[in-house]
Design a protein around this ligand. Structure first.
Ligand SMILES: [Zn+2]
Length: 349
């Protein structure tokens, strides 16, 4: 049942309407930030097709088909020879529901060809074959073209759901062949209520995690609160060094060093995430527009004090610098040099 999923009522309505009218398109694009539940929605749609004890047009959630649709044995991402496993559709325990996953930075064309082949068959056990293409922004040129061909005329009983947090990175021709379903961030209060109700976090911890998750329930559930707060202290140090009456260069270089110590890209990016949200909150404070849109609401007074006398344009400049670095990260750069350059350029702004 879609009601088991938190938030995004509009997406639920759109999907229910499609199911009710028996008009679920062959190609769908689920777009929105990480951690909003796009994949859970896609699996729920796959269940609605294949459930053996449907409630109206929705899945029961408990029959054997419903249970197996959520179960995947993911192949390991390491060692490197594991890549072969990503050249095929990865099936759930249900014979009609599978996923295509990226390996490292790309979705292999062989995986899309396997999807095309499998998508031509009638369902093996349920009413429809459903394929999720996760991180669809990682389709390369070859796999995009192969997918385009598949999207042209899938059989009526085959549905392909592309899932992405970066829809702009998809070929326009792919985007235009899919029906778009948008996912939006949730209010912190809704995330908090959801976590308490589902017993994932309680009390102050639930409240803080809900606030800091920036509207993303998946993040609020998963993230390590202590690690996140440590990163935020670091980001606060950066912002204070920049915002003071005299830019504290020594402190900035120390922060750059700490940042480039983050061992790999997976650790590096969360630091930038936190820094970006904190600067955005400071920017809102300089505009006196903090409120619903700010994330670090527990730091509101501190940020308001920091923002006094700071021109909003200067703070917006810092934000662009972080975004620039993020784009450069997509093409392997030397993180040490890039971190130094980031903070020095912010100090010049
Ligand atoms: Zn069921």
């Amino acid at each position: 049942m879609f009601d088991e999923l938190v938030g995004n009522e509009r997406a639920k309505d759109v999907l229910r309407r499609m199911l009710r009218h028996g008009r679920v398109p062959g190609a769908l694009l689920f777009a929105g930030d990480e951690g909003l539940g796009k994949k859970l929605f896609a699996l729920e749609l796959a269940r609605a097709f294949n459930c053996t004890a449907r409630v109206g047009v929705e899945a029961c959630g408990v029959c054997s088909a419903c249970t197996r649709i959520g179960k995947f044995q993911y192949p390991p991402k390491d060692p490197k020879d594991a890549r072969e496993a990503y050249k095929k559709v990865i099936w759930s325990e249900h014979k009609d529901v599978g996923q295509v996953l990226a390996f490292a930075r790309e979705i292999f064309v062989d995986a899309i060809r396997d999807l095309e082949y499998e998508g031509n068959f009638r369902p093996a056990e349920g009413a429809a074959r459903v394929f999720l293409v996760e991180e669809a922004d990682k389709l390369n040129e070859e796999s995009s073209n192969a997918l385009l061909k598949t999207l042209e005329e899938p059989p009526l009983t085959t549905h392909i759901i592309l899932v992405t947090s970066r829809p702009a990175s998809l070929l326009p021709t792919i985007r235009s062949r899919c029906q778009n379903v948008r996912f939006a961030p949730l209010p912190a209060s809704q995330i908090e209520e959801f976590m308490v109700k589902s017993r994932r976090r309680v009390g102050e911890e639930a409240k803080l995690a809900a606030q800091l998750a920036g509207g993303r329930p998946g993040l609020a559930v998963e993230f390590n609160l202590d690690a996140h707060l440590a990163r935020r202290d670091w980001a606060l140090g950066v912002v204070e060094a920049l915002a003071g009456p005299e830019t504290d260069r020594a402190r900035l270089l120390r922060a750059a060093e700490e940042l480039s110590d983050a061992k790999n890209k997976e650790e590096f990016e969360p630091y930038l995430d936190v820094l970006e949200t904190l600067i955005r909150d400071l920017w809102l404070a300089t505009l006196r527009a903090e409120g619903a849109r700010s994330v670090n609401t527990d730091l509101r007074e501190r940020l308001a004090r920091l923002g006094e006398g700071l021109p909003p344009r200067r703070v917006a400049g810092w934000l662009s610098r972080v975004e620039e670095l993020r784009e450069q990260l997509a093409v392997n750069i030397n993180r040490r040099i890039a971190s130094d350059a980031l903070f020095l350029s912010m100090a010049e702004d």
